[in-house]
Design a protein around this ligand. Sequence first.
Ligand code: GLA
Length: 377
Amino acid sequence: MKEAFRRIYGTYPVGVWAAPGRVNLIGEHTDYNDGFALPIAIPQHTLVAARHRQDGRLRLHSAQGGGPVVDLDLARLTPGAVTTWAAYPAGVVWALLEAGHRIGGADLHIDSTVPTGAGLSSSAALECAVAFAYNDLYGLGLSAPALALLAQRAENGFAGVPCGAMDQLASACCTDGAALHLDIRAGAHEQVPFAPQAQGMSLLVIDTRVKHDLGDGAYAALRSGCEQAARQLGLEALRDLAPADLPRAVKALPAHLVPLVRHAVTENGRVAEAVSHLRAGHVAALGPILTEGHASLRDDFKISCAESDLVVDTALAHGALGARMTGGGFGGSVIVLADEGRVEGVRLAVTAAFRAAGYQEPDIFPVSPAAGARRIA
Ligand code: GLA
């Protein structure tokens, strides 16, 4: 990273920062309902080499972006002004300025191993790596959760994606060997040990290669459906609906909002259940919870797709303990929990099923919980 930075900018960076992608074990589409989630950081991460500038310019270069250095004026950073990948790093700088932090410009060189469009939070990884770099470059002293919320603000306010805070909190706050139990309303998180390998299991990511795009309006529509349902029920957020009140809520709501509410309420319950199993050391007990979560996203939220369903069904038919789509939906990745002895069978079966269906070959790799964002050099 340091040599690449020097080739681009003619001088060495001050440091290098890393922030990971994530997979969410359970708790999907609950973050913007003030609810709960349980993501892990994955080993794939984004690196940012950075150096301050005194002239108020933000220069950005990405190994993946391929193009020349993007040169922006800090004083002219406004939402909508940048529409390429550069909107994510520029958005973080905009969010810091908007929050009143005293910062200047910077030269940034970015490189990443997080696949884009795979539902693994490549944008959160990019935002968090930049936020952590700026925090150190300008001595801001902000905490990891505070940086995550600034990164979310960048995505909402600058890049125009109305996401919740899960991805950025996962990238910023996860630790090696643990899942992150998030309580979004309380702004609280705790680490829950998660080590499937220690119990002879493996967590696979199967990227269907169906590109999902949160900016396409479907995500925003789901979010506003949930918010509308909460308003109609007189609640601050769907987080406030207890499972016992679900039958009453179902009667009070228009039919099209009922499945959204059912998913949000049952999904929060699945997070609580998953956490108590992990705390008791029962990793395998997570399996059925994952599979139930998938059914809820497929049947109630209606955000799965044929490719993700094929992965889940094939993995289960070949002995997986559980499987579900992860992330925003409409493609992206599926996670599969399986005993080590079943992993190769699942891999071969999913690959063969995709070939038979005429789908693109999926990308299949194991993950274990990795560290969150940090300075690495
Ligand atoms: C995307 C969003 C998150 C969250 C998930 C669904 O990843 O960025 O905020 O809403 O979808 O759980």
